[in-house]
Design a binder for this molecule. Structure first.
Ligand code: UDP
Length: 141
């Protein structure tokens, strides 16, 4: 299995509820190495650009409003099979459908306010990491 990177975002609902530490601990306890990390308050254009693939969907405007409502913590996580394993760790988009023990099952408030983001493919991960980080900010290459 190849060493991969994935992009994680601890979303506004989790930051507002002081869950950053608990969620980062889950990442490390699950074997992910934090290769880069920063906190930022997304602007509307940043949020719209990040979620460009969802433009036009009924939930898009609400999603952008939510993602800009408070700071987020973006990180690059490294591990073998990181993309798929991180999606397993966070669980389904809707916490009502998320498996027991997943981050969304344990922390998410709703389908929108679902605490964490994770890249859905290796190609998305490459694009999403480059959206937030330059190469020199990513440690341990
Ligand atoms: N979302 C929403 N309503 C929906 C579907 C998605 O508000 O019906 C939000 C939610 O925050 C989700 C994000 O839009 O995490 C991106 O949606 P996607 O389907 O890509 O889910 P993810 O990959 O984050 O599980």
């Amino acid at each position: 299995m190849a060493l991969e990177r994935t992009l994680s975002i601890i979303k506004p609902d989790a930051v507002e509820r002081h869950l950053i530490g608990q969620i980062l601990a889950r990442f490390e306890q699950s074997g992910f190495r934090i290769a880069a990390i920063k906190m930022l308050h997304l602007t509307k254009p940043q949020a719209e650009g990040f979620y460009a693939e969802h433009q036009g969907k009924p939930f898009f405007d609400g999603l952008v409003e939510y993602m800009t409502s408070a700071p987020v913590v973006v990180s690059v996580l490294a591990k073998e099979n990181a993309v798929k394993d991180y999606r397993t760790l966070i669980g389904a988009t809707d916490p009502a459908q998320a498996a027991e023990g997943t981050i969304r099952k344990d922390f998410a408030e709703s389908r929108q306010r679902n605490s964490v983001h994770g890249s859905d493919s290796v190609e998305s991960a490459v694009r999403e990491i480059a959206y937030f980080f330059v190469d020199t900010e990513i440690c341990g290459r």
